[in-house]
Design a protein around this ligand. Structure first.
Ligand code: MN
Length: 407
């Protein structure tokens, strides 16, 4: 049994034995889908919070944290005596009562979101729970995860149990539209409705929220697109584009940033005001992540999250300048070109070169030469690219050497 499997089983045992309990979950699609899983499988009460507000919770009860909590392990451990965290956000270290794919070498940003991980926990209670697989899928699509990867187990369960057929959920809804409806309800602050939809109620009301969402989103996007030249000029010399605009719809900031980052291939960070302060949503693209961008790390001290999507929060407006300076400096360091020189000792370097047939490996940011018993490598470019290049070269040399030894 793998360690991850052990953790899933242990979590399902703990939850089964601690009913009734309270659940705190995040107010996005993944969080709400995870909350709906909790309501469907356990005797529990679910509270949706957009940011973890521990002072509002009763610490004497057994508490399940979903889609949040990994980065607040210490605070949770201080306040709560009985709890479990099921989350997929990367953190520097994980506390004792956490189930997070990252702890088992699984990239939780790209596979097994909170709802998917939680579904795997619930599935360990018994076969009859496999029909709930659709909620794990909804969470995964809500968090823009792909369904090949480990999420495909959920897809298979949904198809095998007949819950999902020809992309229709329960013979009615189209899966991706279902996700959009839940998302629109979340973004329009209709969290009870979002939960209802996940529990297969009130779909037509949800569709009205989607229409409202689409209309307002398009308006905001068009407004920003028209201003884009000015915005770019205001951000001259910065790695990321920072948009601080009070006319934008607060709750749509994350998705606006996603669309803009993909359109312009730049990290986009949108700052809006909410009741408590300045809410910040940052989004990048996978190409930028490959170059070394990690927004979650760039936001450290102000917030956190994934490499490709992260959030932060500032108490007051005066912090904005500092936030932008610090974040952009960090982003700059993440992608600033570096030069790495490598000296790999091998038995017969020129022979290794022949086996490799290195024509500088098709890269234009690398130089490989053989010198007696050494392969000399120089690679340059952004840290992410250099790391990938060097990894490739080392793998090639290792396989060339083992091929020669085999001969
Ligand atoms: Mn999530």
């Amino acid at each position: 049994m793998s360690e991850f499997e052990g953790a899933l089983r242990e979590a399902s045992r703990i939850l089964k034995n601690n009913q009734p309990f309270q659940v705190i979950t995040h107010g996005d699609v993944d969080g709400v889908a995870a909350g709906a899983l909790a309501l469907s499988a356990f005797d529990c009460r679910v509270t949706i919070q957009k940011r973890l507000a521990m002072e509002k919770l009763d610490p004497s009860q057994f508490t399940l944290f979903l889609d949040m909590g990994s980065s607040q392990c210490e605070e949770i451990e201080e306040r709560f005596s009985h709890y479990l965290i099921i989350d997929h956000h990367p953190a520097a270290a994980y506390g004792p009562h956490v189930v997070n794919p990252w702890m088992y070498g699984i990239d939780g940003t790209r596979e097994l979101c909170a709802a998917a991980t939680f579904y795997l926990v619930i599935k360990r209670l018994g076969k009859e729970y496999r029909r709930l697989s659709y909620l794990g899928l909804v969470g995964a699509l809500g968090d823009r995860q792909s369904l090949d990867t480990r999420n495909c187990e959920l897809f298979e369960d949904a198809v095998e149990t007949g819950v999902l057929q020809n992309n229709l959920l329960f013979n009615e809804y189209e899966l991706s539209e279902f996700v959009k409806v839940v998302n629109a309800c979340c973004r329009n602050s209709k969290k009870e409705l979002a939960m209802d939809i996940c529990l297969l109620r009130n779909y037509s009301q949800g569709k009205e929220e989607l229409e409202i969402y689409n209309r307002i989103f398009e308006r905001d996007l068009q407004y920003l697109t028209e201003k884009w030249c000015t915005i770019t000029r205001e951000n001259e010399g910065r790695v990321s584009i920072y948009v601080h605009d009070e006319t934008l719809t607060r709750k749509y900031a994350g998705e606006l940033a996603t669309t803009l980052a993909r359109t312009y291939e730049r990290p986009v960070i949108i700052l809006v005001r909410d009741e408590e302060g300045i809410k910040i949503s940052g989004r990048a693209t996978s190409a930028l992540v490959t170059r070394g961008v990690h927004l979650g790390n760039a936001f450290q001290g102000f917030g956190g999250g994934h490499d490709v999507a992260a959030g932060a929060f500032l108490q007051d407006e005066e912090m904005i300048e500092t936030f932008i300076q610090v974040t952009d400096q960090r982003l700059h360091r993440m992608i600033a070109p570096i030069r790495v020189e490598l000296d790999i000792p091998v038995k017969d370097a020129s022979m290794v070169m022949k086996v490799l047939a290195i024509d500088n490996l098709g890269y234009d940011t690398i130089d490989v030469t053989a010198e007696k018993d050494h392969i000399l490598v120089t690679a340059w470019g952004s840290p992410g690219t250099v790391k990938n290049t060097i990894d490739d070269v080392i793998a090639c040399v290792i396989s060339a050497v083992s091929m020669m030894e085999g001969e």
